[in-house]
Design a protein around this ligand. Structure first.
Ligand code: NAP
Length: 341
């Protein structure tokens, strides 16, 4: 199946790669940005023609522009959602646009008669707020947003995915809706404007992390997560209806593993990558003087392994190994001059 797809948030890291792949597969793309002043810059990065790629101004928090953006579309890929690196003072700065934006996208899609709706959720909506002993997660798990220490971004993704699912069940059960739940997305960057997930590699490379905390994450490549969204857009309706698909390349990576991959493969370009470990008490001390480090406290020693067996079995998806994503991410950051090594 191809046709015209609306991708929200065309300025985003994952959306950019998804749009490039969609255009290469023959889809026409409508995409939204908050301001059309970015159109020329994004067009240069995304390719396509005036006919195959059209830009529309639409914000998650307003009805303006959504109907025009979706007119004539066959499918929606809803990717826009706030993903800042800093924790906001008020969690509603993330929760409200994430939830209202997802519901707005669904309402306008339904009104435009669009049946296929792929929502970009997150492993954040799956793997948090569970008892400390739990370390393996699949699509049947939901984050418990009422557990202590659950961060605003994690709440925003969980609340938005739940709200979207409930809305479809109540208002449009015939819609072929599914959610893609990526873990931390790495891989090559197209410019210096990238997602917060990339900062992990950026900071290891530029030496701003002096020692390595005992925390980690699972990795998926931006090229593979774009491919997973497209598989969900193109699959037979019955295979995706109401589904969740975790997008993860597999093994849980400690920061120390990521640092080792960089040091083992980048030679002198990895000279600022730390090799010392930071004891847990050091992280706790740091969190007292450096508020962003507080996000690490609940992660110390924690393993959150996610399986993408479902996406592989149902959609024939096959992600590359995390080492490739880590190294291609690092090399592109160096090549684009984002990190001076
Ligand atoms: P990103 O580059 O920061 O993209 C976020 C996009 O959302 C940008 O296009 C941004 O527009 C848009 N956006 C934010 N607030 C908006 C608003 N009020 N109105 C309209 N657009 C708004 O991050 P990304 O990684 O590509 O994220 C894409 C999706 O993947 C998000 O839903 C994110 O939660 C999800 N995700 C990402 C990861 C990851 O590790 N990267 C992992 C799991 C899930 P501006 O450019 O104008 O800010």
């Amino acid at each position: 199946m191809t046709g015209t797809v609306f991708v929200s948030g065309g300025s985003g890291y994952i959306a950019g790669e998804t749009i490039r792949q969609l255009l290469a597969r023959g889809w026409a793309v409508h995409t939204s940005v908050r301001s059309l002043s970015r159109e020329a810059e994004l067009r240069a990065q995304l390719g396509g023609t005036a006919e195959s790629l059209k830009f529309f101004a639409a914000d998650l928090t307003s009805d303006h522009g959504w109907a025009e953006a979706m007119a004539g579309c066959d499918a929606v890929c809803h990717m826009a959602s706030p993903f800042p690196s800093a924790v906001p003072k008020d969690e509603n700065e993330l929760i409200v646009p994430a939830r209202e934006g997802a519901l707005r996208a669904l309402r306008f899609a339904h009104a435009a008669g669009i049946r296929r709706f792929v929502m970009t959720s997150s492993a954040a909506a799956i793997a948090y707020g569970h008892p400390p002993g739990k370390s393996q997660y699949d699509e049947s798990d939901w984050t418990n947003i009422d557990a202590p220490g659950v961060q605003p971004y994690i709440k925003s993704k969980t609340i938005a995915e739940r709200a979207a699912r409930d809305w479809v069940a109540a208002n449009a059960p015939e819609m072929d809706y599914c959610a893609v739940c990526p873990v931390a997305v790495l891989g090559p960057v197209a410019s210096g404007d990238f997602a917060a997930s990339i900062e992990i590699v950026e900071r290891l490379l530029n030496g701003s992390i002096p020692a390595i905390p005992n925390v980690g994450f699972s990795v998926v490549d931006v090229r593979d997560i774009a491919d997973l969204h497209i598989r969900a857009l193109e699959a037979p309706a019955a295979t995706i209806h109401g589904e969740r698909f975790i997008g993860s390349s597999g093994p849980f990576q400690k920061f120390a593993d990521v640092a080792r991959v960089l040091r083992d493969n980048l030679g002198p370009q990895a000279r600022k990558v730390p090799s010392r470990n930071m004891p847990n008490w050091g992280v706790r001390l740091l969190a007292m003087v450096m508020p962003p480090a507080r996000q690490l406290l609940g992660e110390l020693g924690r393993v959150r392994a996610t399986s993408s067996a479902h996406a592989q079995a149902v959609l024939g998806w096959s992600p590359r190994p995390p080492e490739e994503s880590i190294l291609d991410c690092a090399r592109s950051l160096i090549e684009k001059g984002v990190v001076k090594v």
